[in-house]
Design a protein around this ligand. Structure first.
Ligand SMILES: Cc1cc2nc3c(=O)[nH]c(=O)nc-3n(C[C@H](O)[C@H](O)[C@H](O)COP(=O)(O)OP(=O)(O)OC[C@H]3O[C@@H](n4cnc5c(N)ncnc54)[C@H](O)[C@@H]3O)c2cc1C
Length: 292
């Protein structure tokens, strides 16, 4: 008889196994992107506390500009490869505003790593924390970071993250493509532009102004408004308490000072050339040791 119990069980096992195999195969072809973004203060000059840390309270924040260029590059690449873009930030819970901005641009999901225990992290502790979070939330093929932030400005987090995750890395990149299962990137070096190829998995850090940042679409803005983001604690990401926050930060900031302001030029305006030249001569007499 065709429908005896053994035949039905055999069919269930056969189809069950095959759909599992197909799903596993498909999973392998979904390119998983991770874009690390940092919320930074939107001011040209920051105040510093007695421990040489930036005072961030009460200051308006934005997503670090290069990180938006990095996300734009990820979105452009996803058009070619398909896949999913996850955005990750370590910061206060209010960093969900930054993640919403990324979802509105076209990212698929986001996570915040946040706890008082992360306070005081230097770049070593920051990259360790991001490493543990990345390991926890996915198995990423392509990780994007900005090259540098506009506040800390060290440019260390991307390379440290790549080292921790044992990934290929290309830095100072302004253009990325994907062909024959390889990343092809254009990067800036002190000798000019270089074209570089590398295999996945990879970390790519993108220069500020590398591209025109993608604008948010109405559909994605609506999606972002209704989205909430998981907040990950040190326990959630299995972080070693000795490697996070102040305990995990060997950096000592000896002194912090604003860069020396450049002297501004003087504009000479006058009715005619003779008038302008006379003004210039007067300035030269006053400011220089010319022998008049
Ligand atoms: C002793 C010390 C104490 C500090 N204490 C604090 C503190 O209490 N609170 C605080 O906010 N900062 C603190 N900082 C600053 C903090 O260490 C840096 O902001 C952080 O390590 C990132 O360094 P950076 O800004 O130079 O990043 P860069 O290396 O210039 O960043 C490169 C890229 O890495 C990614 N990235 C960097 N930071 C993050 C992040 N947080 N989340 C996701 N992606 C990121 C971005 O893609 C970015 O474009 C402290 C620094 C020191 C030295």
């Amino acid at each position: 008889m065709l429908f005896n119990i053994n035949n039905v069980l055999a069919l269930i096992i056969y189809f069950g196994y095959n759909s599992l195999r197909v799903m596993t195969e498909l999973r392998r072809y979904i390119v998983e992107y991770l874009v690390c973004i940092k919320q930074v203060p939107q001011v040209s000059r920051m105040k510093i506390d007695e421990n040489n840390n930036l005072i961030r309270e009460g200051v308006k924040t934005i997503v670090n500009p290069a990180d938006l260029n990095a996300l734009t590059e990820a979105i452009k690449l996803r058009e070619k490869t398909g896949g999913r873009i996850t955005v990750l930030t370590m910061g206060p819970p209010s960093a969900d505003e930054a993640l919403k901005e990324c979802i509105a641009m076209g990212a698929d999901r986001g996570f915040i790593v946040s706890s008082r225990d992360f306070k005081g992290s230097d770049t070593l502790a920051t990259s360790y924390t991001l490493t543990m979070a990345a390991k926890k939330i996915g198995d990423f093929d392509i990780i994007f970071t900005g090259t540098q932030t506009i506040d800390g400005d060290t440019g260390q987090v991307g390379p440290e993250l790549a080292e921790n995750l044992n990934l290929n890395q290309i830095g100072y990149v302004d253009k990325v493509d994907f062909e024959d299962n390889k990343i092809i990137a254009r990067r800036e070096s002190k000798y000019g532009k270089q074209m570089v190829e590398a295999k996945l998995p990879i970390l790519i850090s993108i220069l500020r102004d590398a591209n025109e940042v993608i604008k948010a679409s109405d559909e994605n803005i609506e999606k972002a408004e209704s989205m909430s983001f998981e907040i990950l604690s040190p326990e959630d990401i299995n972080a070693d308490s000795e490697k996070i926050g102040i305990k995990g930060s060997p950096t000592v900031v000896a002194e912090v000072f604003p860069p020396e302001e450049k002297k501004t030029g003087v504009m000479i305006s006058g009715d005619n050339t003779e008038d302008k030249v006379n003004q210039l001569v007067e300035i030269l007499k006053e400011k220089t040791t010319l022998g008049w």
